[in-house]
Design a protein around this ligand. Structure first.
Ligand SMILES: [Fe+2]
Length: 191
């Protein structure tokens, strides 16, 4: 289940809030201008194609596009397997998104499978949202954040964009992300 952890940016060792309550998570994120909701999870094949995911959730995606005006949707898929290619993709992918950054566009994600953690660094607090299958989260444009997919990532994520450029990150150069609990640590929290 989704887990929200909030720390002061100056005290990464002491969570101020830690909750799995969906309404609380939605309300706290709404205070940051971020939308959070859940969709019913539908069964996927073991290695789903982009077309499979987009057609399975066509109605939900169309509703988001109509409401938010998105013009481009794609699917990011990484499935755990015992290959050098997976380990290479996992390591480079994790490091890229782990660096704190912003976007000119909103970063809307639906997790159709697997999990990942978005960290929003806003107003002196870091808000870590451990997202699971069914979660829909939006990081507003120009919000400082990072993403941790963990050391053995597995997820299928639908991404929404307002233009054709796709994912463009403006990196802050800060190493703040290294101070806070990682995906692997948050995956083991019992709350
Ligand atoms: Fe991002």
């Amino acid at each position: 289940m989704t887990l929200l952890t909030v720390w002061s940016t100056t005290d990464p060792s002491t969570p101020e809030i830690q909750t799995r309550d969906a309404d609380t998570i939605r309300d706290i994120l709404a205070g940051l201008g971020a939308r959070f909701s859940r969709w019913e999870v539908k069964p996927l094949s073991d290695h789903p194609t982009q077309d499979e995911v987009l057609s399975l959730y066509a109605d939900e995606i169309a509703a988001v596009n109509a409401e938010q005006g998105y013009s481009l949707v794609d699917v990011l898929t990484i499935i755990r397997e015992d290959t050098d290619e997976y380990r290479e993709t996992a390591a480079t992918g994790r490091q890229k998104f782990l660096n704190e950054h912003q976007h000119d566009d909103d970063e809307d994600r639906f997790f159709a499978h697997g999990s990942g953690v978005f960290y929003l660094n806003v107003d002196g607090k870091v808000h870590a949202v451990f997202c699971e299958a069914g979660d829909v989260i939006s990081v507003p444009a120009n919000t400082t954040h990072w993403f941790d997919m963990g050391t053995s990532p597995e997820y299928v994520s639908v991404r929404f964009f307002h233009d054709d450029d796709g994912w463009v990150g403006n990196f802050t150069g800060s190493d703040v992300s290294s101070s806070f609990a990682t995906y692997d640590e948050l995956a083991n929290v019992s709350v």
